[in-house]
Design a protein around this ligand. Structure first.
Ligand SMILES: [Zn+2]
Length: 287
């Protein structure tokens, strides 16, 4: 069960130096481990399992949405750009944005339709080919290898990226280098210090590398604050939302619907208390 000694993640991804402690959240790879300084959780998966699980992202369709998903993406992008405009003091037509881990470019395409000058970076080849065919500006590779000019973007976005990284500190430092002064780094990831985790523990599918390829590192508002400071950013805003108690299929449908309704009632308190399982952080590169 426990494959200690073969672990891919050996140090706190937020940059702390204390040793890990085991938790009672037991995934098929063994109990998740917690950093006692910042509460960051990490998987005990091996390097081989990690890279095998990452192969699912080399898919030509990538993240391109259709139908209702496309409508939802447009709504979320509008809301996000409104907040970015407010925090940056710039209008969207004057904003240059880089989406790191952009897949086939769903977000940059939507942001581009709204007038943002949006580009992307993606390591997997198949979705990059799709993005380029769509006429999007996407670089293939890892951000640190591409060496984009310093201070060349107003906004960098990392959506569902840092939970895949053994050492996200290097990536955040590179984001800092390419951002203009007063620029924003927007991070979206799961919140391991959420009511969902307290209730569901390892049943939360976000912890499952089988269901979510490459998920090895689980942040919370405190570990985001720590990694932000260690990479030169100041925290502008951290918000969490959404609570879940059951996955669909775990319990009879009628019970699932009742639990879902209850979790929706808890959404607002989760937002107020920072205990939702979706975390969105806005970090600023200071002058
Ligand atoms: Zn830590």
């Amino acid at each position: 069960m426990n494959n200690s000694g073969n672990d891919y993640v050996i140090a706190c991804p937020a940059g702390c130096h204390s040793g890990f402690r085991e938790t009672d959240i037991v995934s098929p790879e063994g109990p998740l481990k917690r950093c006692p300084d910042c509460g960051q959780l990490v998987s005990q998966c091996s390097e081989e399992l990690f890279w095998n699980s990452m192969k699912e992202f080399d898919d030509p369709k990538g993240t391109l949405p259709s139908g209702r998903a496309a409508v939802r993406l447009l709504r979320h992008t509008k809301k996000l750009m409104k907040k970015i405009e407010r925090l940056s003091g710039k209008k969207r037509n004057d904003i240059s944005l880089l989406d790191v881990g952009c897949s086939s470019g769903a977000f940059i395409s939507t942001a581009g339709d709204l007038g943002v000058n949006a580009e992307g970076v993606e390591p997997s080849q198949a979705p990059v080919r799709t993005a380029i065919k769509l006429g999007l500006k996407v670089y293939q590779g890892f951000l640190q290898d591409i060496r984009l000019p310093r201070e060349s973007f107003d906004v960098v976005t990392l959506f569902e990226v840092i939970e895949h990284l053994k050492d996200p500190l290097n990536l955040l430092k590179e984001c800092h280098r390419i951002l203009r002064k007063n620029g924003l780094l927007v991070i979206r990831t799961g919140n391991a210090d959420s009511w969902t985790v307290r209730f569901m523990k390892a049943r939360w599918d976000y912890f499952s590398i089988a269901e979510h390829g490459g998920h090895i590192s689980f942040f919370n508002p405190l570990s985001i604050q720590k990694i932000a400071k260690r990479s030169g950013f100041v925290v502008e805003d951290i918000k969490t939302r959404r609570v879940s108690f059951y996955q669909k299929g775990e319990i009879p449908l009628v019970c699932y619907r009742a639990a879902k309704l209850f979790s929706e009632l808890l959404n607002r308190p989760a937002v107020w208390s920072g205990k939702g399982h979706e975390l969105l952080a806005f970090l600023r590169k200071p002058y």
